[in-house]
Unconditional design. Structure first.
Length: 526
């Protein structure tokens, strides 16, 4: 088998991918026994000739000459995993975001029936509360954009990109298709599900897990853990005490009170993260800028962008770009403002938005374990106005560059509302400086990026501000051998796919004991 890359076919032309692959390899079409599209992206370097770029896997007995774009196909192999033995049928999973749900799926495949706990609520109930918050400003601190079934990704663009398409990421993609995703996510370069698509899949996955014997516990807040002799011996969830044999911790990157509780018991460290703003442009401006005026958007879909700039303060980059979407309120604490981006599967909105952020570390936020988290909170509180509860500060990009609040921009998608303010007053000086330099560079890459845009602040929940340290080989906490920190909140992932893959990997490492590994109490009862 061979992998053929960089097969370019103009948008709107007949998609004769097989014929193009055969021509590239110099063999007849009928000499190809089987073929499959592995990747499909858009090449818009020439706006007068926007193309689809395909990578194709073929099976043939013919001899094929290899080169840079034609290579033997090497399937991704499953890496070796440790044997994390658990004699209980019901390991605990704390958190029902992508990491927790896919850890549960892997555990079911290993013969377990995990119990899942989440401080929030099922996606259907949670969605109603989120919609109410966006309309009225009534915030439930336990069930919101950050907390509840599906995690923060349930209110996003549902992007499924991953830095590495390793064995476990491929497993996640395939399982997403099994639970209702379009099979195109298996090969699209920028696959996405949208909020509506992702929420439907979360419901289907939950139903499957329940049928497999899993138990879900909602409004279940982890309050305390007890560690003795290097193992968790007790957890308190709400007012109830449990004594699980193994605990998988998938708490998400916004569980600040849980981080503080855990820090008294287990080893953690501060880690860098990124902060900045959300920027909005008319989607038709982005479409013209990226694809020109003659590309059929009914074929390509709305245009996206990805921008990076090196500045004197560090890198500035676009993150979580949502074409045809909207900026949403993502607060999980009273009297704070948090923004995020979201879109539906159709991406049919009139506005495009993206985070524009810069990385910060101990140099900016200080040496303490929770210094970064405290800076997040400081920014989110500074953005809150008692005169405009849960309204987000907004500013034309041009006015931001001039350090003036200016006039209220029109068309902002953020709800419940926005209010005019100079965003320099909210963000640290180094962040403001980096954003100004980055935006100036982006305006050269996409002329009009400044004049056509407005920014809404702040974007602070890009990743976890802490990492829960775990053994690289066995995946358990350095403090407790039966505690397994996973996903974005634990500091080991950065998005839906990487979080789900991390959970699936750790869940796959669990196994039932052999006869000689059973505890003495079980052997006596056997």
């Amino acid at each position: 088998m061979y992998l053929i890359r960089n097969i370019l076919i103009p948008v709107g032309a007949p998609r004769q991918v097989l014929e193009a692959a055969a021509k590239r390899t110099g063999i007849p079409v009928d000499a190809i026994d089987h073929w499959q599209v592995i990747r499909k992206s858009i090449d818009a370097r020439k706006k007068s000739r926007v193309c689809f770029n395909y990578s194709v896997r073929i099976s043939t007995t013919s001899q094929v000459k290899t080169d840079h774009d034609i290579q033997p196909w090497r399937p991704v192999e499953k890496p070796p995993l440790p044997a994390n033995v658990c004699s209980s049928d019901h390991p605990f999973i704390i958190g029902c975001g992508p990491a927790g749900l896919f850890a549960a799926l892997a555990l079911v495949q290993q013969g377990f029936q995990p119990w899942l706990f989440d401080r929030g609520e099922p996606i259907e109930v949670r969605t109603k509360k989120v919609q109410d918050f966006w309309q009225t400003g009534t915030l439930d601190e336990e069930s919101n954009v950050q907390f509840g079934e599906g995690g923060a990704g349930a209110f996003s663009d549902g992007k499924l990109t991953a830095r590495s398409r390793d064995f476990f990421a491929e497993k996640v993609y395939n399982h997403l298709v099994e639970f209702g995703a379009d099979p195109a996510i298996l090969y699209e370069a920028l696959p996405h599900l949208g909020t509506d698509g992702l929420q439907s899949i979360v419901s289907s996955l939950r139903d499957y897990l329940i049928q497999a014997g899993c138990a879900f516990h909602w409004n279940a807040h982890l309050r305390h853990i007890r560690i003795e002799a290097g193992k968790i011996t007790e957890v308190q969830i709400n007012h109830d005490l449990y004594h699980p044999e193994s605990v998988i911790l998938a708490i998400g990157n916004s569980a600040r009170d849980t981080f503080q509780m855990l820090a008294t018991e287990i080893e953690m460290e501060a880690k860098p993260f990124a902060v900045g703003v959300r920027i909005e442009h008319p989607q038709n401006f982005i479409d013209r800028s990226m694809y020109g005026s003659s590309t059929d958007l009914a074929i390509t879909g709305p245009a996206t962008y990805r921008l990076t700039s090196r500045t004197s303060q560090g890198s500035v980059y676009s993150f979580c770009m949502c074409p045809g979407g909207k900026v949403i309120a993502g607060s999980s604490e009273k009297n704070t403002v948090v923004t995020n981006g979201m879109s539906y599967l159709a991406r049919g909105g009139k506005w495009a938005n993206s985070a524009i952020v810069t990385a910060i570390g101990p140099k900016e936020f200080g040496p303490g374990l929770f210094s970064g988290m405290q800076l997040q909170q400081k920014i989110e509180r500074a953005a809150f106005s008692p005169d405009h509860p849960y309204a987000a500060p907004i500013q034309k990009v041009g006015d931001f560059m001039k350090h003036t609040a200016g006039n209220m921009p029109k068309g902002a998608t953020y709800r419940p509302k926005v209010y005019a303010r100079d965003i320099h007053e909210i963000l640290p000086t180094t962040v403001n400086s980096a954003l100004e330099q980055g935006l100036s560079y982006f305006d050269k890459r996409i002329p009009g990026f400044i004049s056509q845009g407005h920014i809404i602040a702040p974007e602070t929940r890009t990743s976890s501000p802490v990492r829960i340290l775990r053994n690289r080989e066995t995946f358990h906490s350095l403090t407790a051998t039966n505690l397994f920190p996973i996903g974005e909140g634990a500091g080991y992932a950065g998005g839906i796919i990487s979080s789900a893959a991390d959970g699936y990997k750790i869940g796959s490492s669990f196994c039932k004991p052999t006869q000689n590994q059973l505890p003495a109490s079980m052997l006596q009862n056997h």
